[in-house]
Design a protein around this ligand. Structure first.
Ligand code: PMP
Length: 424
């Protein structure tokens, strides 16, 4: 299939006006015009199974969220410096989904801002500056956060106060090694910071390690790491921007799977099912001193429309049993992927509807095969199933569909995956 005239023209206009920083997915870019549930539709009217978008977690254009946004937009949209029930109702409903100690919420518009704010708070509370993150972490785009987002590659210089540690590779390490090594690496990073006269402020991890390659287990491997940062006087920030809001099936929040107690949790992406909203949920103790001095104001963060969208999302997760669905369909899909039993499938891992499939040239040597991975992703796209890839060697299929994904949708993905593996 070649691009038609309309798409070629749109790409040219896009490049001219948006400049060189933007990228498109797939060898043959998609020109989408509509979304509904787990399906996306292109300009030619063709229908695609979306097994990738974790923002439209309730499904594209979920009617309950559309209605909540539309109604509130027509009534009032101001900001957080006026009294309004919406934000208080929503903050209460949101914090109720967290362990009791995490009882306060602050709102931003993006996950990047939430992590940026977390850094300021952590540095204020601890008096330290050091930050520990994983080798291929992505936490956002602000100057401060890019300094500990090594997945941005050569475009960023890691901060002098930043130390990175390897993500826990459960495919190449035994469960016992993973349980022990991650905590040991954090301790070594703390020691190195100190050797350079830097006091640690925080350890931050995406609790499903999405950009590092999706590492969900063994459950509990975060515990020694969190203990180490706490013992060093630093805070633990759980970045739940990707795993949060029920996606892992086993828990509403990814950190709960590991039995750890974060000091701050940053959230975003599916929080408004597409309405831009994000935030931090934290222990009141960490903000008690910084808060009154911070003059915190975020023009759009937590506005009445955002609060309405967020509330509709939480209600829908509960009413439609989406966490449970993620658990059940996730297991079904992972079993199905394993039973495809192709030698190129080295590992199938994940939790709920957050699944990584590691593609290797040689299953014994576990050699990453990025070229084959790219062919699989594009082969699926040609057959109208959308996923992507991640990890240090770009050889891990990232399967992360809306949480309303059904067994029937999973069967469709498995059928097409089976075909593509035979042909690539
Ligand atoms: N943290 C993680 C784990 C993310 O995946 C992202 C976005 N990819 C962010 C933070 C930043 O969120 P945003 O793009 O909303 O700024």
């Amino acid at each position: 299939e070649r691009l038609d005239e309309t798409e070629r023209a749109l790409i040219a206009r896009r490049e001219k006006v948006l400049g060189p920083a933007y990228r498109l997915f797939y060898e043959k870019p998609l020109h989408l015009v509509r979304g509904e549930g787990v399906f996306l539709y292109d300009a030619a009217g063709d229908k695609y199974l979306d097994a990738y978008n974790n923002v439209a977690s309730l499904g594209h254009c979920h009617p309950r969220v559309v209605e909540a946004i539309t109604k509130q937009t027509a009534v009032l949209n101001t900001h957080t410096r006026y009294l309004h029930e919406g934000i208080v109702d929503y903050a209460e409903a949101l914090t109720a989904t967290f362990p009791e100690a995490l009882s306060q919420a602050m709102f931003t518009c993006t996950g990047s801002e939430a992590n940026d704010l977390a850094v300021r708070i952590a540095r204020h509370v601890t008096g330290g500056t050091g930050i520990i993150a994983t080798d291929l972490a992505y936490h956002g785009l602000t100057s401060a956060v890019a300094e500990f987002s090594p997945s941005l590659g050569e475009s960023v210089t890691l901060g002098a106060h930043v130390r990175t540690i390897p993500a826990p590779d459960s495919y190449r390490q035994s469960p016992a090694e993973v349980m022990e090594k991650f905590g040991r690496d954090v301790s070594a990073a703390i020691a190195d910071l100190r050797r350079h006269g830097i006091k640690p402020a925080m350890l931050i991890t995406d609790t499903i390690f999405s950009s590092d390659g999706i590492f969900a287990g063994p459950k509990g491997f975060l515990k020694p790491a969190v203990d180490a940062i706490h013992a060093a006087g630093g805070l633990f920030v759980a970045d739940e921007v990707q795993p949060g809001f029920g996606r892992t099936g086993e828990a509403m929040w990814g950190f709960e799977r590991h039995g750890v107690a974060p000091d701050m949790v940053t959230i975003g992406k599916p929080m408004g099912n597409g309405y831009p909203m994000a935030g931090i949920v934290l222990r009141p103790e960490v903000i008690a001193e910084f808060g009154p001095r911070a003059r915190y104001f975020n023009t759009f963060g937590g506005n009445p429309v955002a609060a309405a969208a967020g509330k509709a999302v939480l209600e829908t997760i509960r009413i439609e049993g989406l966490q449970q669905n993620a658990l059940e369909v996730g297991r079904y899909l992972m079993d199905g992927l394993r039973s495809l039993s192709h030698p190129e499938i080295g590992d199938v891992r994940g939790s709920g509807l957050f699944i990584g499939v590691e593609i290797v040239a040689d299953p014994t040597a576990k050699t990453p095969d990025a070229a084959l991975t790219t062919r699989i992703v594009n082969g699926l796209r040609e057959r109208r199933v959308l996923i992507s890839a991640s990890g240090p060697n770009a050889n891990i299929l990232k399967i992360r569909p809306p949480l309303v994904f059904s067994r029937e949708n999973a069967d469709m993905l498995l059928d097409v995956m089976g075909d593509v593996l035979k042909t690539v």
